[in-house]
Design a protein around this ligand. Structure first.
Ligand SMILES: *[C@@H]1O[C@H](CO)[C@@H](O)[C@H](O)[C@H]1NC(C)=O
Ligand SMILES: *[C@@H]1O[C@H](CO)[C@@H](O)[C@H](O)[C@H]1NC(C)=O
Length: 387
């Protein structure tokens, strides 16, 4: 059968090469696109994931708790069109781009500089949408999380979405991205992204997944009792606009020290204003140590559900946001729509490059990609249950 052959071919070649994807006929476009739901299920039943084309977004993720019962451990909407229309949409579990996290005044230059002069020929400007117009967050007003990706390959355990970003927000050149989500036995979800550019451009992508490993089933509505472990001894220091100062903070003896597993709320009283004025908790980026003996870069677990996730990535950093500002309609599986997701109801764990490295030349980190240098991103989430 044509479909089977095409899946086999794609798997044989790694599934992501642009040439392969365009050589085979893509699956037909669904009637309800870009809100069409694709369900993937591991053969051993350990994990079931659902995705929609808008933002190549993960909408449900069912894994087994300590009693063997499946729980949906990610936040989101039952109605995926809200990913496009809801002004309270906190970028639920989407692929974020072309430049994730924050960028000063939406302005950068190529080659990069700390204070690009607006109007100069090598300076680019994208719309601002954060901190009273002083900052661009997650690629601008219509970042990749609100774009209509299309399915180019699908099997019972894998789906590949494609997005062509023609520079419509002021970024140079066209970027073509393929995001592949795969589930496999043993509770594994893997997401890989490959992006190629027609011109020199900054690219910094992430997957913005909000976890609550209790899935609101144990009488608690927050993640403050979840344990978090991060293999990072440095945090990026931020200014009052949440932009890097170029310095780093050593986590030792600070509430940022998660090198050993700690509850997120364990040092809560010491996190007042850490994530901005009036905000409590975390919205910060750790730089990974990449300790060879560690089996994950970040781990999260809850004693209540007994669910644990070990996250490994090829990215150098992780943004952790404990969702202080969360306020959106809950899914039915989480007690919605009567109840809303509130303060600290989830933790977003975003594998990424260094925040705003394109405005921080001191770091010497190259985030400019080109036809000669494709961008790659890959993260594996391994779920298990603790008895
Ligand atoms: C921010 O960017 C805009 C558009 O390029 C520019 O007009 C303005 O001067 C910039 N502001 C600062 C403070 O650099
Ligand atoms: C993406 O889909 C939305 C919802 O159907 C639609 O309103 C919008 O026009 C589409 N955008 C593009 C660029 O096709």
């Amino acid at each position: 059968m044509a479909f089977g052959t095409w899946v086999v071919k794609l798997l044989a070649l790694g599934g992501l090469a642009a040439g392969v994807a365009s050589a085979a006929p893509p699956p037909p476009v669904a009637k309800d696109w870009p809100f069409d739901v694709t369900e993937l299920k591991a053969p051993d039943g350990s994990i079931t994931a659902k995705f929609v084309s808008i933002g190549a977004t993960l909408t449900e993720l069912w894994v087994k708790d300590k009693d063997g019962k499946a729980r949906d451990v990610v936040l989101g909407y039952d109605d995926p069109s809200k990913l496009y229309s809801d002004p309270d949409h906190p970028v639920f579990n989407a692929i974020v781009g072309r430049y994730a996290n924050r960028m000063k005044n939406g302005t950068f230059s190529i080659p990069i500089s700390r204070d690009p002069k607006p109007g100069a020929p090598n300076v680019f400007h994208v719309p601002t949408n954060d901190h009273d117009g002083q900052v661009t967050l997650h690629g601008g007003i219509y970042g990749w999380d609100r774009r209509n990706w299309t399915i180019v390959a699908k099997s019972p355990t894998s789906v590949t979405y494609k997005h062509v970003d023609a520079g419509d927000e002021g970024f140079p050149g066209t970027v073509t991205a393929y995001a592949t989500h795969t589930v496999s036995n043993g509770g594994i979800l893997k997401t890989s992204i490959r992006a190629t550019a027609t011109e020199q451009t900054p690219i910094m992508l992430t997957q913005h997944t909000y976890f609550n490993l209790d899935a609101f089933e144990d009488g608690t509505d927050t993640i403050l009792d979840h344990y978090l472990q991060i293999d990072g001894s440095k945090v990026i220091e931020l200014d009052s606009n949440a932009l890097p100062t170029s310095k780093f903070i050593d986590v030792g003896e600070t509430p940022f020290d998660f090198r050993k597993g700690q509850t997120i709320g364990g040092r809560w009283d010491n996190t007042v204003d850490l994530c901005g004025q009036g905000c409590q908790g975390y919205d910060n980026a750790w730089v990974y140590d990449k300790t060879k003996s560690k089996k994950s870069d970040t781990s999260l677990w809850s004693d209540k559900s007994g669910i644990r996730v070990d996250i490994s990535t090829d990215q150098p950093s992780v943004q952790v946001y404990t969702s202080f500002w969360m306020n959106s309609i809950r899914k039915k599986a989480h007690g919605g729509p009567e109840k809303r997701y509130g303060r600290c109801s989830a933790v977003a764990i975003e594998q990424q490059g260094y925040v705003a490295a394109i405005n921080t030349p001191e770091w010497g980190i190259d985030q400019i990609y080109s036809p000669k240098r494709p961008f790659e991103w890959s993260t594996t989430y391994k779920f298990s249950s603790m008895h």
